[in-house]
Write a protein that binds this ligand. Structure first.
Ligand code: ZN
Length: 225
C-alpha cells in the first residue's frame, strides 16, 4: 500500500499537491497535462504560421524596422541638393526659449522632398510650427520629421512603407516658415531626443547601400538572387 503514496505524477519543480488517498486514479490528471501540452503546441504552431502570412507583412515590417540599426549615412532628403551646401544650424537658438531641433534645406518651392530612410509613414499633419508635415518611423524606432511642406505627395497616407528616395511632398514655407525662403525643415528624434541629421547626410555613401541591400534581401523571396 505505501508504495503508491510517494509516486506523484507532477514534476518536482511545482508544489506538490496534497497526497491523494491511497488507490487514487492518476489517469485523468495525466491526461489533462498531455491535452494542455498538445493545445499549447498547436497554438504556438498557428501563431508561427500566421506571423509568416502575407496579411502580417505590415507588423513584420514594423518589427524588422525597429530591429534595424539606425543609419550612419542618409541621402539628402531634398532632390538635387548636395550635403555640403546645407548649413549646420542644429541646436542654434530660435527665439528666447527654443533651439533648432533640425536642419533647414533650402530649395525652390515645389522641389520634391524624399524620404531619407526606410520607414513607415506615421502621420501626415498640418499644424503648429511645422505646418504641412510628414512623420516617418524609421530604423531603430527613430522618428523623422519633414516640415514646412508646400504639399504632400499625391496619395501618401499614414501606414505607407517608404524607402530612401520615395517622395513625401514638396518644399514650401508652411507653418512658422511662412514668408521665408522655401525650405525643408528636417529633424530626427531618437529615444534620447533630437539628433543632428547633418553628419549622416555628409557621411560617405557606401554604408547606406549595404543597409538597404540587407533590408531588400529580407523583403524578397529567398529564390531571388
Ligand atoms: Zn528649421
Amino acid at each position: 500500500m505505501a508504495d503508491m503514496v510517494n509516486e506523484s505524477p507532477w514534476p518536482s519543480a511545482t508544489p506538490s499537491p496534497p497526497p491523494p488517498p491511497a488507490g487514487h486514479d492518476y489517469a485523468p490528471a495525466a491526461r489533462a497535462v498531455v491535452v494542455a501540452a498538445v493545445l499549447l503546441g498547436a497554438l504556438a504552431a498557428v501563431a508561427y504560421w500566421a506571423w509568416h502570412q502575407p496579411f502580417m507583412a505590415y507588423p513584420r515590417y514594423l518589427t524588422e524596422l525597429a530591429r534595424m540599426p539606425v543609419p550612419t549615412q542618409q541621402p539628402v532628403p531634398v532632390q538635387g541638393v548636395k550635403a555640403g551646401s546645407i548649413a549646420d544650424t542644429f541646436g542654434a537658438p530660435r527665439g528666447r526659449d527654443r533651439r533648432h531641433h533640425g536642419i533647414d534645406i533650402f530649395a525652390r518651392r515645389g522641389t520634391p522632398v524624399l524620404s531619407a530612410t526606410h520607414g513607415v509613414v506615421a502621420s501626415i499633419r498640418d499644424q503648429g510650427l511645422g505646418g504641412r508635415q510628414v512623420w516617418v518611423m524609421g530604423p531603430g524606432r527613430e522618428r523623422h520629421y519633414y516640415a514646412h511642406l508646400d504639399d504632400w505627395a499625391f496619395g501618401l497616407a499614414a501606414g505607407d512603407p517608404v524607402r530612401p528616395g520615395d517622395e513625401l511632398g514638396t518644399v514650401g514655407d508652411t507653418g512658422n516658415a511662412r514668408g521665408t525662403p522655401p525650405h525643408l525643415h528636417y529633424g530626427i528624434y531618437g529615444a534620447d531626443g533630437p539628433l543632428d541629421p547633418l553628419p549622416r547626410l555628409r557621411a560617405p555613401k557606401a554604408v547606406v547601400a549595404n543597409e538597404a541591400d540587407d533590408l531588400d534581401a529580407t523583403a524578397k523571396a529567398p529564390a531571388n538572387r
